[in-house]
Design a protein around this ligand. Structure first.
Ligand code: ZN
Ligand code: ZN
Length: 142
């Protein structure tokens, strides 16, 4: 990403519009995650989360509607209490790094960025074929 991207805020919202947020900068790597937990959380073939430092995200409205679900592996996922939009993923790695991951598809305005890998493809759904040519990892990035 260019140094200029810090000047352009990416903004997003949940489906009902009560939760809104702005991100000033993303961390460099963005993966499509095909793990079974992301599939269940999103109700979709895979998730795409961008990692963001806590200093680089502002919750503009509705932060009190973010509801947490903690999975058995201690990863926390957050969704809108009103409309169910799945918005946030937070693992122990993220807590140590001072970051969270936020669902890219929830952005209404997004700086130019490109996911660079598919991860956890060992649990990819059979009804999706990957044709985009970017890296694929059976589990986490090697
Ligand atoms: Zn909502
Ligand atoms: Zn996942």
């Amino acid at each position: 990403m260019s140094a200029d991207s810090g000047n352009t805020k990416s903004t997003g919202s949940c489906l009902c519009g009560k939760i809104t947020f702005a991100v000033s900068q993303f961390q460099p790597t963005i993966g499509h995650c095909h793990c079974s937990m992301c599939q269940k959380f999103h109700g979709a073939a895979f998730s795409t989360f961008g990692e963001v430092k806590l200093d680089h995200i502002s919750w503009l409205t509705g932060a009190e509607l973010l509801t947490s679900y903690t999975a058995q592996n201690h990863a926390v996922r957050k969704f809108c209490q009103c409309c169910g939009s799945s918005l946030v993923f937070e693992s122990q790695y993220n807590r140590d790094a001072g970051t969270i991951e936020i669902a890219l598809a929830a952005f209404d305005q997004l700086v130019a960025l490109q996911p660079d890998a598919h991860i956890y493809t060992e649990s990819k759904v059979d009804w999706l074929t990957i044709h985009d040519g970017i890296a694929q990892f059976k589990a986490y990035r090697e």
